[in-house]
Design a protein around this ligand. Structure first.
Ligand code: ZN
Length: 170
């Protein structure tokens, strides 16, 4: 066995440790590297008492890396799942009951988000009128960048700009 193989085996056993089974809750797997911290901030899990395991930049297949989050005793509502899908399109959700995966599905980028994010444009009417619930149309450009277009001011923002404005990005 080569030295290289050895370190790969170590990596695998470390990963196994991080994805150790939880009794009940949700495992969000295949999160793009760097997004796990935003998910924790967005759902304010860090200040609560749930047991949380987070892995950053874990090896994913032969190429690339991923983040993973395991949260005990939490399931996501449909609207939370939509928010989650903006931060982690293509992530895999595993619902765990009694240590077993009872449901598993892939997230898909939603077409629209309503009321989840404030518009970064300070002149946008959503900042003046309480009745104007912020909403964005969501798309991807040719490079895979997620774009969010405000329904009211019609400005288009990169996802990261919206996240940062909403205190969700570094
Ligand atoms: Zn706007």
């Amino acid at each position: 066995m080569s030295v290289n193989q050895d370190s790969q085996d170590n990596q695998v056993s470390k990963n196994k440790l991080l994805v150790e089974a939880i009794a009940n809750g949700t495992v969000i797997d295949h999160i793009a590297p760097g997004q796990a911290i935003n998910i924790l901030r967005m759902f304010k899990f860090l200040g609560k008492h749930n047991h949380i395991t987070v892995g950053f930049n874990l090896r994913s297949g032969n190429l690339g890396s991923k983040d993973i989050i395991k949260i005990s005793d939490v399931t996501f509502s449909p609207s939370q799942t939509q928010q989650l899908a903006i931060l982690a399109p293509n992530a895999t959700i595993n619902l765990i009951e009694d240590y077993k995966v009872v449901d598993k599905y892939n997230l898909r980028l939603p077409h629209e988000t309503v009321g989840d994010f404030k518009c970064p444009n300070s002149n946008c009417i959503t900042h003046q009128e309480a009745g104007a619930t912020p909403r964005f149309k969501i798309s991807r450009d040719g490079h895979g960048q997620v774009l969010m277009r405000c329904h009211y001011c019609e400005r288009v923002f990169e996802r990261e700009v919206v996240l940062k404005f909403n205190g969700l990005d570094e």
